[in-house]
Design a protein around this ligand. Structure first.
Ligand code: ATP
Ligand code: MG
Length: 158
């Protein structure tokens, strides 16, 4: 049987890259498998909070007209999707199965990863043991949180 829907949470780190390679290895054995690469980033705060930053007053006035806001956010998201897809292009080249790569806006990285795994009905999460954080240790806070909260198997790759 094998895993059908693999989520790879990706943060541009070497460990996440190793996780992606491992997921590709696993999925290549199963022609029905799909890989979802997801990078969680903070929502575009500059659009909402620029006036606070500039004036020092707590006025959350958007610099973007209300009607344009969703469009601007969507455009920003599409640019980031493209960047992510370019970043992983070399690693995923030649993968015979289906692969999606997208940036998702989220404040809470762990919860966003868990929700995305549910959204895609994933049966496995493959992620790095560490990420971009400077503090060295066996396992980072995101992998720790996902391991604790996920209801599906999690493979943590060094
Ligand atoms: P910390 O963030 O706790 O300082 P760290 O950066 O070394 O430590 P984690 O952030 O836990 O470690 O990263 C472990 C793995 O979690 C990464 O290899 C990646 O797979 C995933 N991950 C981390 N941050 C994100 C993110 N923003 N979006 C998607 N996946 C992420
Ligand atoms: Mg981190």
């Amino acid at each position: 049987m094998g895993f059908k829907n693999i989520l790879v949470p990706y943060d541009n780190s070497e460990h996440a890259n190793n996780a992606l390679k491992e997921a590709i290895n696993m999925a290549s054995e199963n022609p029905e498998a799909t890989i979802h690469v997801v990078e969680v980033v903070a929502p575009p705060q500059d659009l909402v909070y620029s006036s606070i930053n500039q004036t020092g007053f707590g006025m959350g006035v958007s610099v973007v007209a209300k009607g344009d806001f969703a469009k601007v956010v969507e455009e920003r998201n599409a640019e980031q999707d493209k960047e992510l897809q370019e970043t992983i292009a070399d690693v995923v080249e030649g993968f015979p199965g289906t692969l999606t790569a997208e940036v998702v806006f989220g404040i809470y990285t762990i919860e966003t990863i868990i929700e995305t795994a549910k959204h895609y009905d994933c049966d496995l999460i493959v992620m790095g043991s560490r990420g971009l954080g400077a503090i060295r240790g066996a396992i980072g806070s995101v992998s720790y949180g996902v391991l604790r909260s996920a209801e599906i198997p999690v493979l943590v790759v060094k």
